[in-house]
Design a protein around this ligand. Structure first.
Ligand SMILES: [Zn+2]
Length: 255
């Protein structure tokens, strides 16, 4: 399983980074997690938008879905996908998209599938489970696995027991860490800082985490160092646009 970072900035693009988008690929199947503003440029470097098989949109903030509109128009006018791209999202996100493109025009580009809570489904080689996060609008985290191994993407969230359960023992936690340590915030859970993310990593027994969605001008390398000082044995990686990481999946036994 290969993860390619297409956008890693939090809330808005940074000087050198698009907003959230992550391509998970295996056996020629391309699964896109979020499509934040600016990320489609980086998608071309990994695969044509028309070669994406499925897209999961975590929630309706534009830094997670805005480039869905660009992907739609590319696939409508420039290169048609062989079959409609499966689009998994809440009804609220689907409505945002339909407002832009019109309901009658959705096919042949997208086929909608609703994600409304703690769901599980199979997509190509992947088994996926979702959980509601703690954020300002309905938002879903997702665990993507093949042969029982894979990654968990937190999407946008503050402290959340359901995300903690979803991430338990995951091989890679792709985790939002919007804020630096000491960020002043007193409302309901909304985003992670290194302290709240460290608590999630320790409680979910995560051994490898990649931070993303760090909001500029917070320095993602400094935020990673702050997290490292709190998590002990967990390896902390930093998402940067266009990097890839392999998540080892054991080959099936030869019969
Ligand atoms: Zn958000």
């Amino acid at each position: 399983m290969k993860l390619t970072i297409l956008g890693s900035s939090g809330s808005y693009p940074g000087p050198q980074s698009a907003c959230s988008s992550y391509l998970v690929s295996q056996d020629g199947y391309n699964f896109l997690l979020d499509a934040g503003n600016g990320s489609m440029s980086n998608l071309f470097g990994a695969c044509s938008p028309a070669k994406v098989d499925a897209i999961f949109i975590s929630h309706g903030h534009s830094d997670h879905w805005a480039d869905l509109v660009g992907i739609y128009y590319y696939c409508l006018f420039a290169e048609r996908p062989l079959k409609p791209i499966t689009l998994l999202s809440s009804k609220a996100v689907a409505d945002l998209l339909l407002e832009q493109i019109g309901k009658e025009n959705l096919l042949p580009v997208f086929e909608l599938k609703a994600v409304d809570g703690a769901d599980s489904f199979t997509l190509g080689p992947f088994y996926c489970t979702t959980a509601r996060t703690s954020h300002s609008i309905p938002t879903f985290a997702i665990r993507v696995e093949s042969q029982g191994k894979g990654l968990t993407y937190t999407a946008d969230t503050g402290e959340s027991s359901s995300v903690e359960e979803l991430a338990m023992d995951t091989e890679l936690l792709l985790a939002e860490c919007t804020w630096r340590l000491g960020h002043s915030y007193s409302g309901p859970p909304l985003h992670h800082d290194p302290a709240t993310l460290a608590a999630l990593i320790i409680r979910a027994n995560v051994k490898k985490a990649m931070i993303t969605h760090v909001a500029y001008p917070n320095d993602r390398l400094e935020v990673a160092d702050q997290l490292r000082s709190l998590v002990g044995q967990c390896e902390v990686l930093v998402a940067q646009d266009t990097i890839s990481i392999s998540i080892d999946i054991e080959a099936p036994p030869v019969p």
